[in-house]
Design a protein around this ligand. Structure first.
Ligand SMILES: Nc1ncnc2c1ncn2[C@@H]1O[C@H](COP(=O)(O)OP(=O)(O)OP(=O)(O)O)[C@@H](O)[C@H]1O
Length: 260
């Protein structure tokens, strides 16, 4: 076995045993009150298992973003429970929640959200810089290698293609070795070939780096790269499909009505 493979194995064996993933129990989120109240989530119990890739689909307004925001600690539940790894979010102080959000959850957005003035390398380590932490060099280098970014580190975002920019965003989400990475329509701004490449890297984050990924998408082909698809409709879980194929996902999306 080569040095690189050995390094990779030893880094992966370091994983915090028994941690990772996220889940909700009876998660309900109501925006507003009285006659104008909107029940965005209505008793959602779902699991994002550790070291798995899960897609979230559903018609517009089904509650996909709300679910992601509540599990990522960006929004608070009205009732029900949210766990990231072994930690229940409901019991955390604002300060602890901020820390959890920063260090134990990774976020990837459609619009990349890289800092234009910083190199790819500095963008990747930004979450650690903000937290006053030093990168775990071995893990950092492994992430950069698996995402194929070694020769792009000195580039600024404007000098990167869309697919490279999204890989930098993914590396930034992974560098803290979070319990879960949420990707919100990560291929929405990319052409289909580049989108497929980014999906392949999301898969590698799970298969080669042992990370946990949850992805909101409207695209059945993208969802088919996941291990399971959670379908939401009207704030509830309408279905969970394991081992999805694009054709089966498309059928289900049509059953649920409208654009997924
Ligand atoms: N901050 C808010 N205040 C009031 N209502 C909200 C707020 N955020 C979301 N909603 C409502 O909650 C419901 C679920 O919205 P959410 O954005 O989670 O859906 P979605 O499935 O992500 O939709 P899309 O695919 O269009 O992004 C919608 O009816 C929406 O209008």
């Amino acid at each position: 076995m080569g040095n690189a493979a050995e390094a990779r194995r030893s880094v992966l064996e370091d994983r915090r045993a028994g941690e990772g993933g996220a889940r909700t129990v009876g998660l309900t989120k109501v925006y507003g009150s009285g006659g104008t109240a909107v029940r965005a989530l209505d008793g959602v119990t779902v699991e994002f298992p550790a070291e798995r890739f899960t897609a979230i689909m559903g018609p517009s307004g089904a509650g996909k973003s709300t679910l992601m925001h509540c599990v990522a600690g960006l929004d608070t539940a009205t009732s029900g429970r949210v766990f990231v790894g072994g930690t229940e979010l409901g019991g955390l102080s604002d300060r602890a929640l901020t820390r959890l959000r920063r260090e134990r959850v990774g976020l990837v957005f459609q619009a990349f959200n890289l800092v234009p003035a910083l190199s790819a390398a500095d963008n990747i380590t930004l979450p650690l810089t903000l937290a006053g932490r030093r990168p775990d060099r071995e893990w950092h280098d492994l992430v950069v290698r698996v995402l194929g970014l070694g020769n792009r580190l000195r580039h600024r975002p404007a000098q990167l293609s869309g697919g490279q920019a999204q890989r930098v965003a993914l590396a930034r989400a992974l560098v803290t070795r979070p319990e879960i990475v949420f990707a919100d329509e990560p291929t929405g701004n990319l052409d289909s070939r580049t989108g497929a490449e980014v999906l392949a890297f999301l898969r590698r984050a799970v298969d080669d780096l042992g990370q946990t990924v949850a992805m909101v998408t409207h695209d059945p082909v993208a969802a088919a790269r996941a291990d399971a698809v959670i379908f939401l409709a009207d704030g509830r879980v309408a279905d969970v499909m394991r081992h999805p194929t694009a054709a089966r996902v498309l059928d289900r999306v049509r059953d649920l009505g409208g654009r997924s």
